[in-house]
Every structure is written in C-alpha cells, then in structure tokens.
Design a protein around this ligand. Sequence first.
Ligand code: MN
Ligand code: MN
Length: 301
Amino acid sequence: MFCQYDLKDIHDRARAAFLGMAIGDALGATVEFMTAPEIQAKYGVFKNIIGGGWLRLKPGQVTDDTEMALCIARAIVRSQGWSLEQVARNFADWLKSRPVDCGDTCRKGIRSYMLHGALEAAPNEWDAGNGAAMRILPVALFSLPDETLLKKYALEQAHLTHNNPVSDAACACLGKMIHLALCGESKKRLRREVDGLVARFPTFSFEPYHGLATGYVVDTLQTVFHFFFRGRDLEECVVGTINQGGDADTTGAICGMLAGAYYGMEGIPQRWLKKMDKKVVSEIETVTGRLVAASPLGRAS
Ligand code: MN
Ligand code: MN
C-alpha cells in the first residue's frame, strides 16, 4: 500500500506545503539575485519577511511562483477535474493582469498559447529553467496518491512553457517527493527518490554542494536538496536555502513546499504566517482543501 493515510494529517501537511511555498517565495524574493556573501554582509542571516528586493514588494507579497501555482489550483477547482486548456487560460489571464514578475520561458510559452492556442511548447534543450518545477504543488495534491496521474499532470502543465527532459525529470521527482512527504514518509525514503534522479541524470548530484542557486533547475534542486536534507526543521531548511541567494524566491518556494509537506503546519513559524498577504493565505487554504478532497485519495475516503 502506498500510503497508510490519515486524511486529516494529509490535509494539514498539504496546507503547510502550499503555505510553505508562498512563505518561501515571499521571504526569498527580498534577496533574489543577491549572492550569499552580499546577503550575509547586509543581513547576517536573513530570516524575516520584510518585502523589498528588486521587485520592491510589500512584506508578505508573493511573486510568479505562487501566482502560477494558484492559476493551476484554480483551474482544477473550477473545472472540477483536469483541464490543461483551463490552466493555459488562467496563465494567459494572469499574464494580462501584469504580474509583478514572469520568467522569460514562461512568458514565451503563455504567449504562444495566446497567439496560437499551443498547449505544448516545442522541445528545447535550453528551457531547463525552474519555472515548471516551481508550480508543481497543485498537481501533486490533486493526484494523490497516484503516481501515474501525477506524472501526466506534472508534465502536461510543465510543457505549457518548458518542454525539456531535465525539467521533466525535476518535476516528476519533486512531485513524487511531495507525495511521499504528505504521506508521512521519512527523509531517508525521500532521499531514495533523489538517488534515483541522480542515477538517471547525474547532473543533479548535490554532494558535494557547489553553492550555485541559479534559475537553472539543476542548480535550484541541488540547493533545495542540500538544505532540505540537512535542515532539522522547516525554518532551518528554508532559511538555509534562501540565504544562498540567486533565484532565492524560487528555491525558497520549492524548499518551502517540500518542507511544509514534510513538517506540517506545526513546522511553520507563526511570525512568518502572520506577515503573509491575508488574501493569498485564505485562497491557499480554500484551494488546498479542495485539491486534496478531489484527489483519488480524497474521493476514496
Ligand atoms: Mn518569483
Ligand atoms: Mn525566482
């Protein structure tokens, strides 16, 4: 059996995963594109949600990472099922709303949908940014605990903008790790997934960790893995990750979703939760409950 599940526990972890993602995004955005030494010189250890950064955010404001994940979540809730077309429409509406940030590959893919109705970007060996992996969480929740469904949704949503084998492998591995964490599996068990990924794509090896935290999905996941596996609680995992700088909102978002799924709500510092944008928190709580309830696991209970 995949998962000796306690649905209440899974709901708690799912909520923590989505909120953890938003928190990592809001926290990391302040130091996005800084280097680790620059962050250290300016803040010592950076660990409070204060906004600012190159996007001049309000404290607790989230960026494209959380917003695109919410686009996917809303599409599932609205369609009462999987509709890639609805995900694409939501991305398009979001892009038209002039978001605070949008990655180049994401923009290119969304434009191609808007202009040509394309639901799959052309395969591209350079499109191995972290833009598809960063928004994986809603499909991980909605597919619980079915790995085949997870892979289908994960790659379909990814290919709207990123059609690349390295990005695909990252999305599938991350999705599976989230499934396992939501079901209460150990870090040792999660680590086996990473070992499997590294066996297929040795470039993801993160030991020794080289300290690169760019938007290249390999650097991003190496950073997340390094700090997630050594961190003793959610705060330590996320703070370590974002203090590495680089694409810190996205590494923060990904580490936050993973650590949230792993540690659950009691792992999330209240001082962070209180600082978050209230509207975002309330929407996350609503959609998270609905995604889990609509998943195979939720429907079977
Ligand atoms: Mn962002
Ligand atoms: Mn980013």
